[in-house]
Design a binder for this molecule. Structure first.
Ligand code: PLP
Length: 431
């Protein structure tokens, strides 16, 4: 990866420091936490300084309800430029014709799409949540389940991660969904997108991919693009592997009628004024993702995750799906090491490794203290970690879990992790 410009000091925030010291101190504290610890939450990343500058810009002052050249307020000379550039760049990255860059985040992007393409009572066939699907794909605690009827597919074999495509087809033929949803937040294998499209066409359903987790891997050409198989729509967040600000996007491959429905649904159907500062920051991040070096970054994320998975495998720690093809690993630490997901999360926090506890398929335990942990490599890869560094991280992680009550040992690990972090500072500029 080419020259990183390294940040050695905290951001100067002179106005905040003087006028609101409490908030300033909290932000400074977070900055130190990020610099001194290893971020393994697979949905997090470090944006460039340029992305943060756009995100913190005067565009936060502006109302721009509507779309470029069709707004409800005056003064849109510059907002139109920003939104059009964001759209053009993301369409180029994903090879699609239409994009809505206004969703405030992933969940609103998903819900706005359901409303765009479906009628209340319609059925959505999505990935079983305990097999890796996301809350917005129909978890009973979400309000969207009061409006649409969600049915499920899942893995045929938890040890290999293979999806039960025959079962998916059978359910689709029986339930007649209007939308088939591919995508996940805790699944580590590649999906067979062609099968989703074939089944979708057979039953007359829209085929939609929620690629929030792997959008950066797709944009970086490190994994397959669902549009190449004929998906109608791709939904995503912009803040995970795509390494942009917090936000959402809805992409339409080629059908203008779908794109028009999506636009109407996002505004005025669901949201109010777009967050133009976020849209500017999205545009900057998409510009970064269009650089050839981003493809190296995306490939390195996967190499790093595979290197970590190899350590887990050698040490006989069970991984759901048996390993990884993407940026994440879901490990059954309770079944393999007798440490619950919550205990693991807490003890790893103590040594400076941040990850999250996670339910695994057929988990005998409860969501607030499940059997699994979920970890990933997007953020440490941004810091410049390579395979050998990731092997060491995996070893330290498992050693810590095996020595979770040994305070002296944990202190030593904390020191080693701090040293690793200081040897790989968070870059201000990615390329
Ligand atoms: C697959 C998937 N969809 C949607 C979302 C929701 O995104 P947000 O938290 O930005 O609303 C997430 C977030 O983790 C996700 O993993």
């Amino acid at each position: 990866m080419s020259s990183h410009s390294i940040k050695m000091t905290h951001d100067p925030l002179p106005f905040l420091q003087k006028l609101d010291p409490k908030i300033y101190e909290a932000i400074s504290g977070e900055e130190t936490r990020e610099e001194d610890g290893l971020e393994l939450i697979p949905s997090e990343n470090y944006v460039s300084r340029a992305v943060r500058e756009a995100n913190g810009s005067v565009l936060t002052n502006k109302y721009s309800e509507g779309y470029p050249h069709k707004r409800y307020y005056g003064g849109q000379t510059f907002t139109d430029v920003v939104e059009e550039i964001a759209i053009e760049r993301i369409c180029k990255l994903f090879g699609c014709q239409f994009a809505n860059v206004q969703p405030h985040s992933g969940a609103p992007a998903n819900v706005a799409t359901y409303f765009a393409l479906l009628e209340p009572g319609d059925t959505i066939l999505g990935m079983d949540l305990s097999h890796g699907g996301h809350l917005t794909h129909g978890h009973p605690v979400t309000y969207i389940t009061k409006i649409f009827n969600f049915v499920r597919y899942g893995m045929k074999n938890i040890e290999t991660g293979e999806i039960d495509y025959a079962g998916l087809r059978e359910t689709a033929l029986r339930e007649k969904p209007k939308m088939i949803l591919a995508g996940f937040s805790a699944y580590s294998r590649e999906l067979d997108y062609q099968k989703f499209v074939d089944i979708g066409r057979e039953v007359g359903a829209y085929v939609v991919g929620d690629m929030a987790h792997i959008a950066g891997l797709i944009a970086g050409r490190a994994v397959k693009n669902p549009f190449d198989a004929g998906f109608d729509v791709i939904l995503s967040t912009t803040h995970k592997t795509l390494r942009g600000p917090r936000g959402g996007i809805i992409l339409t491959r080629e059908d203008e009628e779908i794109a028009k429905k999506v636009n109407k649904s996002v505004f005025p159907g669901f949201q109010g004024g777009p967050h133009m500062h976020s849209i500017a920051a999205k545009a900057v991040a998409f510009g970064e993702a269009l650089q050839p070096e981003f493809q190296e970054y995306a490939k390195q994320i996967i190499k790093n995750a595979k290197a970590m998975a190899e350590v887990f495998k050698q040490r006989k720690v069970r991984m759901i799906g048996g390993g990884t093809d993407n940026h994440l690993i879901l490990a059954d630490v309770f079944g393999s090491l007798g440490v619950t997901g919550k205990e693991a999360q807490t003890v790893l926090d103590e040594v400076g490794i941040t990850l999250n506890m996670n339910m695994i398929a057929n988990d005998p335990r409860k969501p607030m203290d499940p059997s699994g942990i979920r970890l990933g490599t997007p953020a440490i890869t941004t810091r410049g970690f390579k395979e050998k560094d990731c092997i060491r991280v995996a070893e330290l992680l498992l050693d810590t879990l095996e020595n979770k009550d040994d305070e002296d040992y944990k202190k030593k690990v904390r020191e080693e992790i701090r040293d690793m972090c200081h040897a790989h500072p968070i870059p201000e500029k990615h390329f």
